[in-house]
Design a protein around this ligand. Structure first.
Ligand code: CFM
Length: 481
């Protein structure tokens, strides 16, 4: 079990157990990096807080609810507009942000009054909107406000509104992963079973763990509807609040992001006996495999094959064109957790790309089991990487392209290495057949763009004539600067 001792971690040697290279013949029974534990003090973590995992990742996607954040204004602003999950109702959920905007006086004297006022104000301002997610934050959890009591009071006074309270302050867990868990379990406990959906097909499912990043959901729903399947609820891409309350009526739960939403699938199985089927929704091979599994469950094998044949005929030639150009490129995936195991084999098999380093912000042991089982020998696997480790890994693996978030991405750009937003995409959707061609196109465009070479040139002595390029002075080393 070769662990990596990064030079930058000399003062935090505990990091060694989080950083691992798979060696030939080794499997996940021999070693897994430590994961899902508190960040070591001194490590510049990229993790988010638990409240963010509930609000930004899952609850905030719901398209017809007010998202009331009970806390200082920053908690609302910083979890608004940072992710692109559109909706087919003119993006209501992306347009607005709601906060109780706490001040020092509220912290001292209690903020339930201001919460009650803010909830009523929000419903008064938007009389057509009758649903609300209400979140606690660190501040309001610490001062001991009782948002459930306030929500119950408002609901009693306004019988046509419904409020779901998420009590998951930022400090509730070691990362955003805790927020996923709290929201899943809370929704199951408080809301599932409170609404009866209209059933229009004998084949019904919930699609769990997809958040409509750049319209992923619309693409997936199109495939399923063509097969004659009714999606009762999509947890939570492009979804209505009430549809999510009717999840108990589906015959199958299809799970894509098992990390953020496996919990609710398990609870639905326990309470309502709905089976859980895990699939991968990115990549040609995986999408086809997923559709075949769903088809096999409902006896819709022929319908699944028809879609696979139709979509492959349409998109395979484009994918193959990119595969020829991208084969042998080296890629890093530095995102939350699941995208590592969803993508590593997909880009390898469908595009000929080698994934040389992967870092997970908050994956648990089961995520590392999956990613190391699917990943290559010699690849670097890191839990909760810090910024300095990212730079050291780049020197080790020399990637052609890095999939990560804007924070690390901006640092990477300064090294003149192409980066693609692995969370919110560049030009998605990326799921399904069409989506994977989009992903391939973005990789191709990023890796062949002349910008990286131009960015390494010093133009201070550039004259303004037409032969300006003759005056370009090369910097000694772009990477060292
Ligand atoms: Fe699931 Fe996600 Fe992911 Fe995730 Fe995330 Fe995300 Fe992610 Mo960013 S729910 S765990 S908490 S697939 S926001 S849409 S991309 S880190 S790997």
């Amino acid at each position: 079990m070769p662990l990596i001792k990064f030079e930058c971690d000399a003062s935090i040697p505990e990091r060694e157990k989080h950083c691992y290279i798979k060696k030939p013949g080794e499997d996940t029974t021999q070693y897994l990096p430590l994961s899902n534990i508190a960040t070591i003090p001194g490590s510049l973590s990229e993790r988010g807080c638990s409240y963010c995992g509930a609000k930004l990742v899952i609850g905030g996607v719901v398209k017809d609810a007010i998202q009331m954040i009970h806390g200082p204004v920053g908690c609302a602003y910083d979890t608004w507009h940072t992710k692109r999950y559109p909706s087919d109702n003119d993006n209501f959920q992306l347009k607005y942000v709601w906060s109780t905007g706490l001040k020092e006086k509220d912290v001292i004297f209690g903020a339930e009054k201001i919460l009650r006022k803010s909830i009523n104000e929000a419903f008064d301002e938007m009389p057509d909107v009758k649903r609300m997610f209400l979140y606690t934050t660190c501040t309001t959890a610490l001062i001991g406000d009782d948002p459930k009591a306030v929500a119950a009071e408002v609901m009693a006074a306004r019988p046509d509104v419904d409020i779901f309270v998420v009590e998951c302050p930022g400090f509730a867990g070691v990362s955003q992963s805790k927020g996923h868990h709290v929201l899943n379990i809370g929704w199951m406990k408080d809301k599932v079973g409170t609404y009866e959906p209209k059933i229009t097909s004998e084949y019904t499912l919930n699609f769990i763990g997809d958040y409509n990043i750049q319209n992923d959901t619309l693409l997936l729903t199109e495939y399923l509807e063509k097969m004659g399947i009714q999606v009762i609820a999509h947890f939570t891409g492009n979804t209505n609040y009430d549809d999510l309350c009717g999840m108990h009526r589906a015959k199958l739960n299809v799970v894509n992001c098992a990390r953020s939403a496996g919990y609710i699938a398990n609870e639905l199985k326990k309470k309502y006996g709905i089976p859980r089927l895990d699939i991968d929704a990115w990549g040609f091979d995986y999408t086809a495999e997923g559709l075949r599994k769903i088809g096999a469950f409902f006896g819709l094998e022929k319908e699944a094959e028809e879609i696979i044949a139709e979509e492959s005929a349409k998109w395979r030639p484009k994918l193959d064109w990119y595969k020829e150009k991208l084969t042998g490129k080296k890629m890093c995936i530095w995102t939350g957790g699941p995208r590592l195991w969803h993508w590593t084999r997909a880009v390898e098999d469908d595009l000929g790309i080698e994934v040389v380093a992967m870092s997970s912000k908050f994956g648990h042991q089961e995520d590392f089991e999956k990613v190391i089982a699917r990943g290559r020998v010699g690849t670097v696997y890191i839990d909760d990487a810090n910024e300095l480790e990212f730079f050291e890994v780049i020197d080790m693996v020399k990637p052609d392209i890095i999939f990560t978030g804007p924070r690390v991405g901006d640092l990477v750009k300064k090294l003149h290495i192409p980066y693609i937003n692995g969370h919110a995409y560049h030009n998605g959707p990326y799921m399904g057949f069409e989506g994977f061609v989009n992903m391939a196109r973005d990789i191709y465009n990023a890796t062949t763009s002349p910008i990286w070479e131009l960015a390494g040139q010093d133009i201070r002595n550039l004259s303004h004539g037409n032969n300006a390029t003759e005056d370009i002075v090369e910097l000694p080393s772009a990477e060292a600067s």
